[in-house]
Design a protein around this ligand. Structure first.
Ligand code: KG4
Ligand code: ZN
Length: 341
């Protein structure tokens, strides 16, 4: 079974072919992040315009390695959540191809699909029950997976997502977009410099018994620290590095603590990480340390599969195979991770 996946929910235009839900035949991603770096964040109209320019060449490149649409059994496409203009480009293209090639089309939930990067190119697939932490630019969710189709939401952010906290704080620190990798880079410099730590940030909701998160206060705390440093003429490369380090520690401490608590409560066999923020090296290290000698296994996709791509869209469609007539497929910009397609 070969599925062509198409992903255009935000600023990446992606197409991939995956066989039997596990083997990548091709995986092509074009990103317009550089354009958004110039505007300090994504302007939806710009993202949609770039999607339009890239969609056909990206699908062609993904197919080229395969040679013929005749070898494709189905088309999977992200229908939400995401930016409506961007989503429409992928959805309308997928519908057109499904109609022209007479192929079934499978609508995919982008957030749920992130988790399926953990089934790709691995010899040890996650075992159920599993708890999954989905951390991206727009979402932070903890999910209990009893099986592929038995999924429940157990907690999530009440305000900003973890990626959003990275992105917004990076802007305040003058580090550009996307903020996560920029903050990680500055944090690494702080560790090398070995400067004594003076700045401390809160760990919001870390001791609360629920599985919810709140990251908007952290962004506010960063703004306050920056104001204080500027007033004292101490806002410089070294303090930017220190603030970046402490922000990364604060965010990752909370993510790890809540995920482990959920794993213990639900007595899972696996923990899954997914989404752009799970590319963060410090989060990966801390999570690894936390599961040492535990009865559950940790699954984290390779970094390049954590950020948006279409391979995991095809994998998700393999395990959630609900072909839908093309005329019934609609974009769902506000879809939640457990939302009905
Ligand atoms: O999943 P994703 O690629 O797109 C969405 O669906 O949102 O996630 C993008 C988010 C951005 O907020 C970006 O700053 C963050 O993932 N991110 C990182 C890292 N790489 C990407 N955050 C922390 N550390 C990273 N290395
Ligand atoms: Zn994503």
């Amino acid at each position: 079974m070969r599925i062509l996946g198409i992903e255009t929910s935000c600023d990446e235009t992606a197409a991939a072919i995956v066989e039997d839900g596990t083997k990548t035949i091709s995986n092509v991603v074009a990103s317009s992040a550089e354009i958004h770096a110039k505007t300090g964040g994504i302007i939806p109209e710009n993202a949609a315009r770039e999607q339009l320019k890239c969609i056909i060449p990206v699908i062609e490149e993904a197919l080229n390695k395969e040679n013929s649409p005749a070898n494709i059994d189905a088309i999977a496409v992200t229908v939400g959540p995401g930016l409506v203009g961007s989503l429409l480009v992928g959805v309308e293209t997928a519908k057109t191809l499904a109609y022209a090639w007479q192929k079934p089309i499978i609508p995919v939930n982008h957030l749920l699909a992130h988790l399926y990067a953990n089934w790709l190119e691995t010899e040890t697939s996650p075992q159920f029950p599993a708890v999954a932490l989905a951390v991206s630019g727009g979402h932070t969710d903890l999910i209990l997976m009893k099986d592929h189709e038995q999924i429940s939401w157990i907690g999530g952010t009440r305000d900003d997502a973890a990626g959003e906290a990275f992105d917004k704080s990076a802007r305040v620190l003058g580090l550009g977009y996307p903020g996560g990798p920029a903050i990680a880079l500055e944090a690494a410099k702080y560790v090398v410099n070995n400067k004594p730590q003076e700045i401390k940030l809160p760990r919001p909701m870390i001791n609360e018994k629920n599985f919810d998160f709140s990251f908007s206060g952290l962004k506010t705390a960063v703004i306050r620290e920056v104001q204080k440093l500027k007033e004292n003429d101490q806002f410089n490369d070294l303090t930017i590095q220190e603030l970046s380090y402490e922000l990364q520690e604060a965010i990752t401490d909370v993510l790890v603590s809540k995920t482990i608590k959920a794993a213990e409560k639900y007595q899972v066999k696996s923990i899954l990480l997914a989404g752009g923020v799970s590319a963060n090296q410090r989060l990966r290290e801390k999570m690894q340390q936390a599961v040492n000698n535990k009865q559950y296994t940790l699954h984290i996709p390779p970094s390049k599969l954590c950020t948006d791509n279409a391979a995991y869209i095809a994998v998700c469609a393999h395990f959630h195979r609900h072909p839908t007539p093309w005329s019934e497929i609609k974009v769902q910009p506000g879809l939640s991770i457990t939302g009905e397609l």
